[in-house]
Design a protein around this ligand. Structure first.
Ligand SMILES: Cc1cc2nc3c(=O)[nH]c(=O)nc-3n(C[C@H](O)[C@H](O)[C@H](O)COP(=O)(O)OP(=O)(O)OC[C@H]3O[C@@H](n4cnc5c(N)ncnc54)[C@H](O)[C@@H]3O)c2cc1C
Length: 545
C-alpha cells in the first residue's frame, strides 16, 4: 500500500504526467466537442500506452470503496484507490495507541457472505486471510433498571428470553421473526443489489412494499406484534446501527433481525482492521493500488463526463471512470462542479434529512472486566423522547443510551496482557444541534464514564490506561461528512432506493457512487451491496479498450 502521493501509478506506467490530457482544465468544463472527437480522445487518453487496461479511480477507502475496487479489478480495470487519511478503512480506520488496538467504527459484522464473495471473485477463500469468529450473545441489552436481555441467534434461547420478559408476547415474537424473514427475502435478496436508476424500478417494487407494510416504521411494525414496552425496544433498535430512528425508518430495515439470526454476528481476530487489510491485499493482488494521504479536491468533469480527479496537491489522475466512496452529499456539493449538477444542486442537498451523528470514546483499562459481553447496549430512561431530541429537535440531551464494545472479549490480543480495550458510543444529533464539541466533549465523556462506572465498569476512572474521542465535528472535518452525519442521508422511505443518490450518477456520466450515502445505504451489508450494484451499472472494461 502506498502512503504518499509522491508518485502515481498512472504516471509510472504512461510516462507522461498524470492527467495532462485526460482531466478537465482547472478553469472548469471545456467547450462542447463532437461526440466522435470526444470518444476518440477519451479512448486515447484512457489507454495511453497500447493495450493498457481502462482506468478507474476510487475516491475513498471505506468498505464500499475497497469492495468496489476489488470488483472493478476483477472486471479488468486498473484501479487506484485514493484516500485523504493516512491509512485505509474510512469509518473502519484503526487507531493504535498505548499498546491497544481500537477499531474506530463497525464492530457488529453481519452478512459474512458478502465479504466471502469478494475473496471468491479473486479465486481465494476468506478463511485464508481472516479468522472470523461468531459472537454470542449478539447483544446483551441492559435496561435502565439493571435487568438484562441476551439477544442471540438461538431460537429456543430467544423464546425463553422473550418469555422471561413478557410471557404473553412469545407468539407475537414468533410471528415477527417470520415477518422479518419475508421482508429480508424481498428487501435484501431482491432490492439491495439492484440499481434504482428509474421510476420504473421503484414502481415495480411498490406492490411488494405494500404487502410487506413498508409504509410502517420499524417501531410501528414491532408494536403490531408485541405489547411489552421493553421488548419493543429490544426488537426495534436495529435502525440505529445504520443511522435511522426506529420511529421514522421504514420497516424494511426489520430485515436486519433475520439477517443476524440466519448468518450470525461475527468479529475477526485482529479486529475489523483485519478485514480492511485483507481487502487491500486483494486489490493489490489484482494489480491495483491504494494511495493514502491523497485528498481529492475535485472530480474533473468535461462534456458531462467524469475524466479523472484532481488532488489537493494539484496532481491529476486521469480515469475512464470515477467511483466516489466519499460521503454522497460531500461528493456532489464539494467535488462535482456546480455547473455539472442538475439534480444534486446545493439546495437539494441541503434539504435532505441527514442521519444522526455519534460520540465515541475509545478507552483501554489496566484491568479486565470478564463479565462484560462483547456487545452491550445500555438503554437509558427515555427511548422515543431521546430519539426525538437526536433526530427531530437536534438537541444534545443530558441522558443517553449507549453501545459498549469490548473486543477483547473475543480477541484479547487487542490490548496488552491483563488489560481490556473498549469503545462506548452514544448516538447524538448531527451538527445541526450547533453544539460546540471541542468545548463540550470532556464534560460529555465524563458523564458517560460516570454511568459506566456505576453500572458495568466499577473502578473505571482509576483503571484508565488510554483514551481518545470521536465527535460529530470529526465526522465533518476528518471524514468529510456533510453536517457531521455518521451515516449519510437518513434512511427514511422518501430517501431510499430511487430517492437516494443513485449508484450511477444522475448528473455526470461515468461517475459512480458507493458507500453509506447511496443505495442501499449504511452499514457493512449496505455498503458492500452498493459495490455489488456497480457490476450492473459500470460498463464492461472492453468498452474502453
Ligand atoms: C462508530 C461507528 C460504528 C459503526 N458500527 C457498525 C457496525 O457495528 N456494523 C455495521 O454494519 N456498520 C456499522 N457502522 C456503519 C458502517 O461503519 C459504515 O456505514 C460504513 O463503514 C461506511 O463505509 P463507506 O463505504 O460508506 O465509507 P467510509 O467508511 O465512510 O469511508 C469513506 C472514505 O472516503 C474518504 N474520503 C472522503 N472524502 C475524500 C476526498 N475528498 N478525498 C479522498 N478521500 C476522501 C474518507 O477519508 C474515508 O476514508 C458504524 C459506523 C460508525 C461510525
Amino acid at each position: 500500500m502506498q502512503k504518499t502521493s509522491a508518485s502515481s501509478a498512472h504516471e509510472e506506467r504512461s510516462g507522461r504526467p498524470p492527467g495532462d490530457e485526460g482531466a478537465a482544465p482547472q478553469g472548469g468544463p471545456r467547450a462542447p466537442q463532437s461526440s466522435d472527437a470526444r470518444d476518440a480522445r477519451d479512448a486515447r487518453d484512457a489507454r495511453g500506452a497500447r493495450g493498457r487496461r481502462p482506468r478507474a479511480v476510487v475516491i475513498g477507502s471505506g468498505f464500499g470503496g475497497l469492495a468496489a475496487a476489488v470488483r472493478l479489478g476483477v472486471r479488468g480495470y486498473e484501479v487506484t484507490v485514493v484516500d485523504k487519511l493516512d491509512e485505509p478503512g474510512g469509518r473502519a480506520y484503526v487507531h493504535r495507541q498505548d499498546g491497544f488496538t481500537f477499531d474506530a467504527g463497525p464492530t457488529v459484522i453481519t452478512a459474512p457472505f458478502l465479504f466471502e464473495e469478494l475473496w471468491q471473485l479473486c479465486g481465494r477463500s476468506m478463511a485464508d486471510d481472516i479468522d472470523l469468529r461468531p459472537v454470542t450473545p449478539f447483544y446483551r441489552i441492559r435496561f435502565h433498571d439493571g435487568a438484562t436481555f441476551d439477544y442471540t441467534g438461538d431460537a429456543a434461547a430467544m423464546r425463553a428470553e422473550v418469555a422471561r420478559l413478557s410471557p404473553g408476547d412469545v407468539e407475537g415474537y414468533e410471528r415477527f421473526v417470520k415477518m422479518s424473514e419475508a421482508i429480508f427475502r424481498v428487501g435484501f435478496e431482491e432490492l439491495a443489489h439492484v440499481p434504482f436508476g428509474s421510476w420504473k424500478d421503484m414502481a415495480r417494487i411498490v406492490p411488494d412494499m405494500v404487502k410487506l407494510e413498508s409504509y410502517r416504521t420499524v417501531y410501528g411494525l414491532v408494536s403490531k406484534y408485541v405489547k411489552d414496552d421493553r421488548l419493543r425496544q429490544v426488537l426495534s433498535f436495529h435502525p440505529l446501527l445504520v443511522g435511522g430512528n426506529p420511529f421514522s425508518t421504514t420497516s424494511i430495515y426489520s430485515l436486519i433481525a433475520f439477517l443476524e439470526r440466519n448468518w450470525g454476528v461475527h468479529f475477526p481476530i485482529g479486529g475489523t482492521g483485519a478485514l480492511v487489510r485483507g481487502l487491500v491485499s486483494l486489490i493489490e493482488g489484482l494489480g491495483g493500488s491504494v494511495r493514502c494521504g491523497a485528498e481529492v479536491r475535485r472530480i474533473a468533469v468535461e462534456g458531462g463526463r467524469a475524466r479523472g480527479v484532481e488532488l489537493a496537491s494539484g496532481e491529476r489522475l486521469a480515469a475512464d471512470i470515477v467511483v466516489s466512496n466519499a460521503d454522497s452529499a460531500w461528493t456532489y456539493r464539494n467535488l462535482v462542479p456546480p455547473e455539472a449538477r442538475k439534480r444534486w444542486t446545493d439546495r437539494r442537498i441541503e434539504r435532505q434529512r441527514y442521519s444522526m451523528s455519534l460520540f465515541v470514546w475509545y478507552f483501554g483499562t489496566r484491568r479486565q472486566y470478564p463479565d462484560v459481553a462483547h456487545h452491550t447496549i445500555l438503554l437509558g430512561p427515555r427511548y422515543k423522547a431521546l430519539l426525538e431530541d437526536i433526530f427531530q429537535r437536534h438537541v444534545l440531551a443530558d441522558d443517553f443510551s449507549l453501545y459498549l464494545h469490548r473486543p477483547t472479549a473475543t480477541d484479547p490480543a487487542l490490548a496488552p496482557p491483563g488489560c481490556d480495550a473498549f469503545y462506548v458510543l452514544s448516538p447524538v444529533p448531527n451538527l445541526l444541534s450547533g453544539t460546540d464539541w471541542p468545548a463540550t466533549q470532556e464534560r460529555y465523556r465524563r458523564s458517560i464514564s460516570k454511568l459506566l462506572e456505576a453500572t458495568l465498569l466499577p473502578g473505571l476512572d482509576g483503571a484508565l490506561a488510554s483514551s481518545r474521542l470521536l465527535t460529530p465535528q470529526d465526522f465533518q472535518d476528518r471524514l468529510l461528512s456533510f453536517r457531521g452525519a455518521a451515516f449519510g442521508p437518513e434512511p427514511v422511505l422518501t430517501q431510499s432506493a430511487f430517492f437516494r443518490p443513485h449508484n450511477a450518477s444522475e448528473d455526470v456520466e461515468h461517475l459512480y457512487l458507493v458507500g453509506a450515502g447511496t443505495h442501499p445505504g449504511a452499514g457493512l451489508p449496505g455498503v458492500l451491496s452498493s459495490a455489488r450494484v456497480l457490476d450492473q451499472v459500470v460498463p464492461d472494461a472492453s468498452k474502453f479498450r
